[in-house]
Design a protein around this ligand. Structure first.
Ligand SMILES: Cc1ncc(C[n+]2csc(CCOP(=O)(O)OP(=O)(O)O)c2C)c(N)n1
Length: 566
């Protein structure tokens, strides 16, 4: 490669310096022919960035996503042209829809060869355009610094999201002026440049709450993304307001807080939590899209309630419910303003949240406790929840795949602290997310225990990444609920299609043996009495571990999934 002129860098070098200028410390990715100049710049320069080599670009994307969720900083992933660009998409899409800032960098064929059938050519800009908040392909290295500033600005401001930058190989070899290497420090973390609420909207919300007798807050992912946990707890206490969450909203309030109701909706909600919503006269949605799962297909709540909706995205407010008060603002700023407004008013009515929340937990625990204590085999998922509640510290991070993990953790794992401790891919729910996401979460928050919890279907999507887990000696514990089927779908056939089971079963794999072959310390558990001793060993081990649990299939289980119960 020819050297750049004095006070200039190559495009590849400028990319490294722009990442560094944005305080990027970790990135995740997989090499390719068209990425060679960038890798060479990474190898030769002093930059303080640790690059994690993954075995699949999907997992690089998932790692960047979970890394961003636990650190509050954008996650960065990279992959090569062609297959790398197509494989990195799932993580980018999931992050974008979940309002998580992820920068995906993909290298590309030379701009001079476009249209001449070079290997791996595809229109990357078109591919990523509908799936990202911002996206470009750089055919001129001189534009790189400004494009990177734009990428970080787009990721971290407004509703955070994912962005994509394609870097053709000739752009990596092009020339960039050293004077252009600078970054805006505000865009190194998110949410940046928060929008404050209109005081008139805050007064209107307080007016509605002053007339309420049984209000309830339903939190989506927004409060945790905005760091609004403390303000939310103040509001809950001030009004004795019960607070429920969506699956993604877990962590908005500690679930041991007196006003915490836990998860509502079709995936993790139960009859007693649904009752809190149905008996409410006012619903306060906070950073919540009020989508199909949280609202049981818009039946709970129905459309007769008075609605206050706080969200930083104006497109979300009013999308599903006639909304009386719209507060389009950052959740933290809005909740602080609401707390101040309420404190300034005399005689705000209590919403009896502590009593209503306690009644909901009592009813849920009465159903759960006997199943959690059950010695049945195959092992009931409830028994795994109870064993983990015994074994894990309060600050552990759990990353859950769809299938058995999501509803069981949502309903029955009671978070004892607020904040980001539960991560699941609720935007698209692609199987095989949790293992890589747990690795990204560990890199971002190395001092706590991180678990990846998956079904055996998910294991099939991600097990190649066990090598990465071992290579970096990441002390994640993976738990596999092994039921030899795509159990969620089988449960759907059981409940809705007269048990006509069609093409949902597969062979039972010895996941512990597979993991052992990769070098992961592993156990198989068939007896529920072994759960606590094995989980304690796995969690305490200072390297990667996997526990294969021979689990009750979902169609036989008492899963907290409302479609199957109905
Ligand atoms: C990539 C992908 N393909 C298909 C689905 C549809 N799907 C949702 S849950 C599920 C079954 C999950 O099976 P498994 O991981 O074994 O967990 P289980 O439900 O048995 O606990 C499937 C196929 C999906 N979520 N993601």
């Amino acid at each position: 490669m020819t050297s750049p002129r004095p006070n200039h860098l190559t495009g590849a070098q400028a990319m490294v310096r722009m990442l560094q200028a944005h305080d990027v410390k970790h990135m995740f990715g997989l090499c390719g022919d068209t990425t060679l100049p960038f890798y060479d710049a990474m190898a030769r320069m002093d930059h303080g960035i640790t690059h994690f080599l993954t075995r699949d670009e999907r997992h690089a994307g998932y790692m960047a996503d979970a890394y961003a969720r636990v650190t509050g900083k954008p996650g960065v992933c990279e992959g090569p042209s062609g297959g790398g660009a197509t494989y990195i998409l799932p993580g980018v899409v999931e992050a974008n829809e979940s309002s998580v800032p992820v920068l995906a960098i993909t290298s590309d064929v030379a701009t001079s060869s476009i249209g001449r059938y070079p290997l791996t050519e595809l229109d990357q800009k078109a591919l990523f355009a509908p799936l990202t908040k911002w996206n470009t392909s750089l055919d001129d290295a001189a534009r790189l610094p400004a494009a990177m500033r734009q990428a970080f600005r787009a990721m971290t401001t407004g509703r955070p999201g994912a962005v994509h930058l394609a870097l053709p190989i000739d752009t990596q070899k092009g020339e960039v002026s050293g004077a252009e290497i600078w970054a805006d420090a505000r865009h190194r973390s998110f949410p940046a440049e928060r929008a404050a609420p209109d005081p008139a909207d805050i007064r209107a919300a307080a007016d509605v709450l002053a007339q309420a007798q049984a209000a309830v807050a339903i939190c989506g992912g927004g409060p945790v993304l905005a760091g609004a946990e403390a303000a939310l707890a103040q509001l809950a206490t001030a009004l004795d307001l019960p607070v429920a969450t969506s699956v993604s909203g877990q962590g908005a309030l500690a679930e041991t807080h007196p006003q915490a109701v836990g998860v509502v909706g079709s995936n993790g909600g139960v009859a007693s939590t649904r009752a809190v919503v149905e008996q409410a006269d006012v619903i306060v949605f906070i950073g919540c899209r009020a989508g199909s799962v949280t609202t049981e297909r818009w039946r709970s709540p129905g459309t007769s309630k008075r609605i206050i909706h706080i969200d930083s995205d104006p497109m979300v407010i009013g999308a599903n419910y006639p909304t009386e008060v719209a507060i389009c603002a950052d959740a933290n700023l809005a909740l602080h303003a609401l707390v101040a407004e309420i404190a300034a008013r005399a005689d705000m009515p209590t919403q009896n949240g502590a009593d209503r929340a306690a009644a909901a937990w009592r009813a849920k625990l009465a159903d759960y406790a006997p199943l959690a204590a059950s010695t049945d085999t195959p092992i009931r998922p409830e028994a795994v929840m109870a064993a983990l509640a015994d074994c894990l510290d309060d600050d552990a991070v759990i990353v859950a795949d769809p299938g058995t993990p999501c509803p069981y953790f949502s309903a029955h794992y009671r978070w004892r602290k607020p904040g980001r401790q539960f991560i699941t891919n609720r935007a698209h729910g692609a199987l095989g997310y949790s293992l890589a996401a747990a690795m990204g979460a560990h890199v971002g928050r190395p001092d706590v225990k991180t678990l990846a919890v998956m079904g055996d279907g998910s294991f099939g999507f991600c097990c190649g990444e066990l090598e990465t887990l071992v290579r970096y000696n990441i002390p994640v514990t993976a738990i596999v609920f092994s039921n030899a089927s795509f159990g969620w779908i089988k449960a759907g056939q059981n409940a809705g299609f007269d048990q006509r089971f069609y093409n949902v079963d597969f062979n039972r794999t010895d996941h512990a043996a597979v993991a052992r072959a990769f070098g992961v310390k592993s156990w198989a558990v068939e007896d529920p009495g072994q759960l606590v001793p094995v989980l304690r060993q796995a969690i305490a081990h200072d390297g990667p571990t996997l526990v294969n649990v021979i689990a009750q299939p979902l169609h036989d289980a008492a899963a907290p999934v409302s479609e199957w119960i109905a």
